[in-house]
Write a protein of this length. Structure first.
Length: 146
């Protein structure tokens, strides 16, 4: 193959690559500005579903109720720009309430586990009442032979 351009006069691909990169960055920047409220709503729905699986209603009913109510408000809000802002706000609140409830539920579970372990440790400690084991032929100390 014959090279039409000598090395010194060959067109460079760097300006083309720089222009492509600039266009890509500009498009990526525009995509973030117009994020739809559904993104936040989807995150809130996921957080509330995780909280439901974690059964936070058993441990923190107030956070569970608030998360469900805020999620319902977020779903109901739609239409105008102000309603979309409200939808995002309610979705963020629902997600925060669900996550708070999950943390409180985990704290309650760990607290119960801690108390259980403390009771077991207290039962095994030397200061507790000694456990009397009846002596049998298998557990009796060997007799000394003179």
């Amino acid at each position: 193959m014959i090279n039409r351009f000598p090395a010194a006069s060959r067109p460079s691909s760097r300006p083309l690559a720089a222009a492509g990169l600039s266009a890509l960055l500009a498009l990526a920047g525009c995509a973030g500005k117009n994020a739809k409220p559904g993104t936040t709503l989807a995150e809130a729905e996921t957080a509330v579903a995780r909280a439901e699986r974690a059964r936070i209603g058993d441990y923190d009913p107030a956070s569970w109720k608030a998360a469900r109510e805020n999620l319902a408000q977020a779903r109901a809000s739609s239409g105008s720009k102000e309603a979309d802002i409200a939808s995002r706000w309610f979705a963020a609140r629902a997600k925060a309430d669900a996550e708070l409830g999950m943390v409180r539920a985990e704290r309650a579970r760990l607290s119960a586990l801690t108390m259980s372990l403390k009771r077991e440790i207290a039962a095994l400690s030397p200061s507790a009442a000694p456990v009397v084991v009846p002596e049998t032929s298998e557990t009796a100390p060997p007799e000394a032979t003179p």
